[in-house]
Design a protein around this ligand. Structure first.
Ligand SMILES: Nc1ncnc2c1ncn2[C@@H]1O[C@H](COP(=O)(O)OP(=O)(O)O)[C@@H](O)[C@H]1O
Ligand SMILES: O=P(O)(O)OC[C@H]1O[C@](O)(COP(=O)(O)O)[C@@H](O)[C@@H]1O
Ligand SMILES: [Mg+2]
Length: 375
């Protein structure tokens, strides 16, 4: 019997999504003779039953294209804004899955998507996920697609900022994406030779940072590049966030959990401009002029790198192999050269952060990079 599969992309877009859709679609339809439909705009398309058939020429010419031809969104099936209010739309999704006679739904996304996919699996749907995000923070996979491209963009930005920082004898504080994970800032900071790298996983001490810059000044270098991850915070602010996170985790009832969540939301708002604040603090402490560059969504746009095209195609075709074998409830992870199915329960809710003793951290320290902590 011909297998019918659905596919969607969810969460923030990232380079390599189209390469993954193409990989799944060509292998599933061309190699295995399945039929595939693509739901539009993430889980919302599944609720609205908005889809397109993924046959004919639709998969041609998309390998190198940025973004996703299916559109994406951050909607959660169990808490979706619908008809002016937040509703649980899971049952509608289950209905549409069956109405389309699907044998499997492929969800391509980051951490949030893995959690949403697990919820649908628990409702009895056959699910397979693929790990994409520029943040590289999905558990149980060596790497996610999108990361390598963003790493290249952020590194080039740091390279280019060096010459202007040098010419003007300035500090340039460059903010790099990554949500609560420092992989992108650490990787591009090392590759671009940033003088200071600040990560969410290693709360920083402002005096240590300014002393590192002053030390460069004493050595005759009147400029510095500070690569700061969007989630990085100084020690005092980070400990307030950690406390609230603990309270959320240990909450004895719904009220306590709600209060902790509200505190976390307030702190996130209060600290949203930390990069700008850091720049002015460093200007004051070092006497050097300082500028801020926020790379933002530039890091997510445009054509995927060769490594991301390869990774997305490897994982996409492996996904079709798993569907053919009816091995569901897994994420296709990259482990060395292999594409390995990992149970969704082991992925969802487990963020992969930079361990403070990670080899990249050691390397950064050993080439003399300041990580905002005393050695
Ligand atoms: N004066 C400069 N002008 C432009 N780029 C520079 C300058 N100095 C260093 N860089 C760039 O900064 C990165 C790291 O340099 P690094 O070898 O760590 O120099 P330093 O020891 O002076 O910090 C490299 O990519 C390098 O090309
Ligand atoms: O585009 P938005 O919704 O502003 O989200 C920004 C966030 O999305 C990311 O670019 C990637 O998020 P994903 O986990 O969805 O891939 C983060 O680095 C960043 O914090
Ligand atoms: Mg240096």
């Amino acid at each position: 019997m011909t297998k019918h599969i659905g596919i969607l992309t969810a969460g923030g877009d990232s380079p390599g999504l189209n390469a993954a859709i193409r990989g799944v679609g060509k292998a599933a339809q061309g190699h295995y003779g399945m039929q595939m439909i693509g739901f539009l705009d993430g889980f919302r398309g599944l609720v609205d039953n908005r889809f397109r058939r993924m046959d004919g020429d639709i998969l041609s010419g998309i390998l190198t294209r940025g973004g996703t031809i299916l559109g994406t969104g951050r909607d959660k099936p169990h808490r979706m804004l619908f008809g002016g209010k937040t509703q649980d739309m899971t049952d509608v999704i289950v209905e549409n899955y069956h109405a389309n006679h699907l044998d499997c739904l492929v969800c391509i996304g980051g951490g949030g998507t893995q959690k949403n996919a697990l919820r649908l699996m628990e409702k009895g749907l056959n699910i397979i996920t693929l790990p994409k995000t520029i943040d590289n923070d999905v558990a149980r996979t060596d790497v996610t697609f999108g990361f390598d491209t963003a790493l290249g963009i952020a590194t080039e930005a740091i390279d280019r900022l060096h010459s202007t920082a040098h010419s003007h004898h300035r500090i340039i504080v460059v903010e790099i994406m990554g949500h609560r994970a420092g992989w992108l800032a650490l990787g591009s900071g090392i590759a671009g030779g940033a003088d200071v790298i600040l990560l969410p996983e290693i709360p920083y001490n402002l005096d240590v940072v300014s002393e590192a810059i002053r030390q460069r000044q004493r050595g005759g270098k009147n400029f510095s590049i500070v690569a700061v991850s969007e989630g990085a915070l100084p020690e005092d602010k980070a400990s307030l966030v950690q406390e609230a996170e603990q309270r959320k985790l240990n909450a004895a009832n719904k009220k306590e959990k709600k209060e902790a969540k509200e505190t976390l939301a307030r702190l996130a708002q209060d600290y949203a401009n930390n990069t700008v604040l850091l720049s002015s603090q460093l200007e004051e402490l070092t006497g050097l002029e300082s500028r801020v560059t926020i790379l933002g969504h530039l890091q997510r746009g445009g054509t995927p790198s060769a490594a991301d095209r390869l990774l997305a195609t490897r994982l996409g075709t492996a996904c079709a192999d798993l569907i053919a074998r009816e091995q569901y409830g897994v994420m296709v992870s990259s482990q060395g050269d292999a594409a390995v199915p990992v149970p969704l329960e082991q992925v969802a809710g487990n963020k992969k952060l930079v361990p403070p003793d990670h080899p990249w951290v050691q390397s950064a320290l050993h080439v003399g990079t300041c990580l905002g902590i005393s050695k």
